[in-house]
Design a protein around this ligand. Structure first.
Ligand code: PHE
Length: 337
């Protein structure tokens, strides 16, 4: 019987180390209720009284050894599979990472932000208005008569007879004056639309920045002082302004305003096209009819307004000769700013 027990141990050990069967199968086969070892133990009755404890002890020892071997093997297998998983999931921290490039501001946004900062510094607030606008706000309330050329279908995108894409930021003046009473000091940058063919200096969508100040005793001197302070911060300390008489239906008197060329200082160069001056905005004293239409008494209050094209300023500032570059969003172009 001892030989049988030794044989069982040897076989079981061999099975365990060869991994030919699963450990559970091996356990059942040798140590299970119907296993090899149990069979031997059942036959112990036939043994003599001296032999029985010896064989019993050996049988227990075999069981213990096999159990321990199974346990050990199982631990080894778990460790091996864990090591394998760790190896598979290994992260090489020395591999160079992917670089994210942080985009600079688009030149249009950068200039708009700069304008906002300058005017906020002078006590202005920022207002917004709708881009899809009632014709009342874009024209009638701005004292623009029925037969004014800007109202033509050639110039303005109509949604219906009395709803349109705003052709200027000036309607924001009206919204602001309807909502709050003087003192008013507001700028309003945003998109505007006109039925223009696309070329180097025209686009059906472009940007303006409106400004309006209404209070008691506001004069053209305040307009000039405000615009001069703006121009010096925007284009440089040496910048001078030139006011040329003009006509806008919603301001009286009205002017077109030029700045002295910030590249040549007024001598004439490529940027100012030899003029020495660059036109940047339209402005004037708010027309009494406009104030009255918003419920503000023109005998008590007066105000000035101005509107400038942001593209024109961006193009002059960065010496960009084709406006289309501003909308194509080619990174090779945008990277330069
Ligand atoms: N809205 C005018 C334009 O688009 C500019 C302007 C604004 C003129 C305010 C006077 C006062 O040309």
């Amino acid at each position: 019987m001892k030989e049988i027990l030794e044989k069982i141990r040897a076989e079981a050990m061999e099975a365990i180390s060869s991994s030919a069967q699963s450990l559970e199968e091996i356990r059942i086969k040798y140590l299970g209720k119907k296993g090899e070892l149990t069979k031997v133990l059942r036959g112990m009755g036939a043994l003599s009284a001296e032999e029985r404890p010896v064989v019993g002890a050996l049988a227990n020892k075999v069981r213990e050894d096999v159990e321990r071997a199974i346990e050990k093997k199982s631990r080894e297998m778990k460790e091996a599979s864990r090591a394998l998983a760790l190896k598979a999931e290994k992260i090489d921290v020395t591999v160079p990472g992917e670089r994210f490039s942080v985009a600079p501001r688009h030149p249009l946004s950068a200039v708009q932000k700069q304008m906002e900062d300058i005017f906020i510094g002078m006590g202005f607030e920022i207002a917004e208005g709708p881009e899809v606008e009632k014709s009342y706000y874009n024209f009638e309330a701005l004292n623009t008569p029925e037969d004014h050329p800007a109202r033509d279908i050639q110039d303005t995108f109509y949604i219906t007879d009395d709803v349109l894409l705003r052709s200027q930021t000036s309607p924001v003046q009206i919204h602001v004056m309807e909502e709050k009473k003087p003192p008013i000091r507001v700028i309003s940058p945003g998109r505007v639309y006109r039925a223009d063919e696309v070329d180097a200096t025209h686009s059906p969508l472009f940007h303006q920045c409106e400004g309006i100040v209404v209070d008691k005793g506001i004069t053209m001197g305040d307009l000039k002082g405000t615009l001069e302070a703006f121009a010096k911060q925007m284009f440089g300390e040496g910048t001078r302004l030139r006011f040329r008489p003009h006509h806008f239906p919603f301001t009286e008197p009205s002017a077109e305003v030029d700045i002295s060329c910030f590249v040549c200082g007024g001598k004439g160069c490529r940027v100012c096209k030899g003029e020495g001056w660059i036109e940047i905005l339209g402005a004037g004293m708010v027309h009494p009819n406009v104030l009255r239409g918003c419920g503000i008494d023109p005998d008590v209050y007066s105000g000035f307004a101005f509107g400038m094209g942001i593209e024109r300023i961006v193009m002059a500032k960065y010496n960009i000769t084709d406006m289309r570059l501003l909308y194509e969003n080619d990174v090779r172009f945008l990277k330069q700013f």
